[in-house]
Design a protein around this ligand. Structure first.
Ligand code: B3K
Ligand code: ZN
Length: 874
């Protein structure tokens, strides 16, 4: 039987209720006696009262068996076990507390606290998992020095790891051994980690800028050593980049990364001992795609960068999560952009904000990057906190410039190193270091939703004045009706008819290209503009807003060629595509045929044939918006029409540009596989061409041939995706062959599960159900479940939203099972249901009925409770 989550009616916490802790813990010594089903943990803490009068000590605890309590070495009986932990009465102002608990790692299917992954033990404590190990003040503003002794069977678990430096070890009777670790940096409990297992280890060293040597160790399952090199390279690159760009150096003598197969999210930045989902560590040419490699670089970087932004300066409370996450996402995006292609990185980051993040803003869970009210903290590791949070940091970077921004970072560390800080502390440091007023800017932290910026322009030939009228408003969001104007950095550029940049002047003086939009309505006037210009706006996506402006096709085609930065060129292409997608959705709904002017095709043909452009960038230009992104443009989503239009758009572009696509496809064929940017870029464009060509007569032959000849996973998957999406004849054979080859390797099979989930065929759901009995599938493994179930429910809209409600019933079955075994994963999978109000009445009613069913589940976990109730109440 899986362990049951908490059953009592969950209560909410509010940011406004924050209270400083009444006690603090300066040091904690932990001793783990590891056994699969009965692990004993002895925690000895040095505790000091901070409150000025005697108060009970309230500790958090969840799912623990209490063995004993001692105060200053004497048994203590004046305590009460509560629903949420342990209250100890009558304690002195300063004392030593010893608590012994027992847990069952093998039964821990929640993957939070101490659990078994494969043959080994590992932990996950953020946000509130440490309380599933021992009774503790499990809150980020209690910072203690940790010493950890791990005891386990020597043969089964030769490696015993924890945070900090290894200070001692020894052998015991019965084949057991122990290792002791000490972390000199005080830290909150969420950064604690322990790992025990048998691994292969990849070792390297790094010399920091001040000349200190750091041992680098990556632990992988036995037999996977040939898949760890890229993670190591990425780690070394991260350490170097953080020194060069941010002046930040690593602070311990050892940095360890452990790859595990059972993990709820991507990775975890535990001090000195990162635990990673193996998806973000393991890669070689045969098993990983270029996208996987990029993911590894980004996540290795992200967790490493947390050492300063998150660990050295942590969060005062969980409402401040974006303090570390938004900032660290910004840092990892900059890292990837500095090392690879900046435009391609920016495009992909913006796709996430405009697509799924904006969608979150429209739903019942919409929240500001610093939420006000939380029931289950794990529900707030969201695109809003992370990705919009990063956009908010990026806006400050845009307003301040790199130099002032770095001065702000320096001041932030001077003020807050070694402490738990707030988002406001960060903005204050930026403001103080730069002298730039960020008072209105702070509203980005408290206001939810996606602002809409509406622009009108007007040119007066006589006075040579170009006027730009900018209006902003933010539509109401769930629970937040009233919205105030925000401080929006609005980056623009003007071009004359030859494509030359027109200098921005006001009253004869040069003005900066980033306009400060701060009011509901503002007019910006530029003089000495010799002819009616073409305006490029929201360059680099300078703010996470929706831009409304009536561009003509000619202006967009012009910007696709002449805009000075590649991001703006891509954006112009997207706006042009959006125009014709919308128009054709209308046509399809009225029973009319799909239409696309030749001029639009020509604009994209021009991009395809432009030899000066980076092939990776061309691939992005030719990538159509996803059906989900298109759905976000509508108040009521018509999944079938959107699917029809996006598919036809692809088919029409393919047939109109077939010759050019084929020629490029043939020219880009590579002789030798490598993972340089150049080689990846060529593969990206070649495979984008294939995805189009799959819709032509030659498609089946090409995809079949590429699959057979491929010597790397990127090309293999491109062939399979093309076949899957276009429903080609070669699909069956490829799927069978791949499954036979990789059944033993769940991580690789995930790619196959994703294809099953996204299969556009009518019987997709039936296939998905059958796939659940595939030897490599396991509902208990979050990677497997996400690959198959989330790809069907979230990324196969037409089949998931089948009118008979079969997709909805399927999701409810899965959620019901996961509610008991792993509610955190369930809570991610439920997302498509939360958007039910955006569909027609029939579908709304069906989804609502499923939500009602879920709301009545016995033992509904907090994670689902929060979302289900918000969705029903909205
Ligand atoms: N901080 C972790 C996420 C923890 C999620 C807890 N449910 C990984 C990261 O953002 O780096
Ligand atoms: Zn993070």
């Amino acid at each position: 039987m899986a362990e049951q989550p908490t059953t009592t009616q969950p209560t909410a916490k509010y940011r406004a209720d924050y209270q400083a802790p009444e006690y603090t813990i300066t040091d904690i010594a932990l001793e783990f006696d590891l056994h699969d089903t009965e692990t004993h943990i002895v925690a000895t803490s040095q505790i000091k009262r901070l409150a000025d009068k005697q108060v009970p000590l309230v500790l958090d605890g969840d799912g623990l068996k209490l063995v004993r309590v001692e105060v200053n070495g004497e048994a203590w009986t004046d305590y009460a076990e509560t629903d949420t932990g342990l209250t100890i009465n009558g304690v002195p102002a300063e004392f030593e507390l010893t608590i012994e608990t027992e847990v069952n790692p093998e039964a821990n299917t929640l993957l939070e606290g101490l659990y078994k992954s494969g043959g080994g033990f590992c932990t996950q404590c953020e946000a509130e998992g440490f309380r599933r190990i021992t009774y503790y003040m499990d809150r980020p503003d209690v910072l203690a020095r940790f010493t950890t002794k791990v005891i386990a069977d020597k043969e089964a678990f030769p490696y015993l790891l924890s945070n900090g430096n290894r200070i001692d070890s020894g052998d015991l009777e019965n084949g057991r051994h122990w290792v002791q670790w000490q972390d000199p940096f005080p830290k909150p409990s969420y950064l604690f980690a322990l790992v025990a297992g048998d691994f292969d280890v990849l070792r390297d060293t790094y010399t920091t800028m001040s000349g200190r040597n750091v041992e680098l160790e990556i632990f992988v399952d036995k037999g996977n050593l040939d898949r760890a090199d890229y993670a190591m390279t990425s780690l070394i690159n991260s350490m170097k980049w953080d020194e060069e760009r941010f002046g930040l150096e690593y602070d311990l003598d050892i940095y360890m990364i452990v790859a595990v197969d059972f993990f709820n999210m991507g990775a975890m930045e535990n001090k000195g001992l990162n635990v990673f989902n193996s998806k973000y560590v393991l890669a070689n040419a045969a098993t990983a795609t270029d996208t996987d490699y990029q993911g590894i670089e980004a996540v290795i970087g992200h967790e490493y960068f947390h050492n300063w932004t998150g660990n050295r300066v942590t969060c005062r409370d969980w409402f401040q999560l974006s303090l570390k996450e938004g900032l660290t996402v910004f840092r990892d995006q900059e890292f990837s952009s500095d090392l690879g292609s900046r435009p391609v990185n920016r495009i992909n980051n913006v796709r996430v904000v405009r697509g799924p993040q904006f969608a979150e803003d429209r739903g019942p869970m919409s929240h500001p990057i610093r939420p006000e009210k939380v029931i289950e903290m794990n529900n707030f590791y969201t695109l809003t906190v992370y990705e919009k949070g990063s956009e908010v940091i990026r806006m400050m970077h845009t307003l301040l410039g790199e130099q002032n921004f770095q001065a702000g970072m320096k001041l932030y560390f001077e003020r807050h190193d070694g402490t738990a800080a707030t988002c406001d502390d960060f903005v204050q440091a930026m403001e103080d270091a730069s002298g730039i007023d960020l008072s209105r800017f702070r509203r980005w932290y408290s206001q939810a939703g996606t602002p809409v910026v509406n622009v009108a322009t007007d040119y007066d030939a006589e006075s040579k004045c170009y006027r730009v009228t900018v209006k902003q408003h933010t539509p109401p969001t769930a629970g937040q009706e009233e919205k105030l104007p925000l401080h929006i950095p609005f980056d623009i550029e003007l071009y004359d008819s030859r494509g030359e940049v027109v200098e921005l002047q006001c009253n004869g003086k040069k003005v900066h290209h980033v306009l400060d939009v701060t009011e509901a309505e503002q007019v910006f006037e530029f003089d000495n503009v010799e002819e009616k210009p073409v305006i490029s706006m929201l360059r680099e996506f300078s703010a996470p807003v929706v831009l409304e402006y009536n561009y003509s096709d000619d202006e967009l085609a012009f910007l696709m060629v002449h805009a000075r930065n590649e991001f703006a060129r891509w954006d112009a292409g997207q706006i042009l595509l959006a125009k014709y997608i919308r128009e054709n959705v209308k046509r399809v709904q009225q029973g009319e045929a799909f239409e696309l002017p030749a001029s639009v095709v020509d604009a994209f043909r021009g991009v395809l044939l432009d030899e000066k452009l980076d092939p990776a960038f061309i691939a992005e230009m030719l990538t159509l918006p996803s059906e989900n992104e298109v759905a976000g443009w509508y108040k009521t989503v018509d999944v079938d029409s959107i699917h029809a239009v996006v598919s036809q758009l692809k088919a029409v572009l393919a047939s109109e540009m077939e010759d050019e696509l084929s020629a490029i496809y043939q020219t880009l064929a590579q002789v030798e596989y490598s993972i340089s940017h150049e080689a990846m870029a060529k593969r990206a464009l070649r495979n984008t061409c294939l995805s189009y060509l799959a819709n032509t007569e030659n498609g089946d032959k090409l995809a079949a041939k590429q699959y057979k000849q491929s010597d790397n996973m990127t090309d293999t998957m491109a062939a399979m995706s093309a076949a899957n999406n276009a429903g080609l004849a070669c699909r069956e054979e490829q799927m069978a062959d791949f499954s036979e080859k990789w059944t033993h390797d769940g991580l690789v099979m995930d790619k196959w599960f994703i294809l099953q989930g996204k299969n556009p065929a009518e019987n997709a759901l039936e296939n998905v159900r059958n796939t659940m009995s595939h030897a490599a599938f396991d509902l208990k493994n979050p990677n497997r479940t996400r690959s198959l179930v989330a790809s069907f429910c979230a990324n196969n809209p037409v089949r998931f939203h089948a009118k008979d409600g079969s997709g909805y019933q399927f999701l409810t079955e899965i959620l019901t099972a996961l509610n008991a075994s792993n509610p955190q994963v369930a809570s991610r999978l439920i997302e498509p249901f939360l958007k039910y109000r955006q569909y027609d009445e029939q579908r709304q009613a069906l989804m609502r009925a499923e939500l009602e069913k879920l709301s009545k589940l016995e033992n509904l976990a907090k994670d689902l409770f929060e979302k289900v109730h918000k969705a029903l109440e909205q």
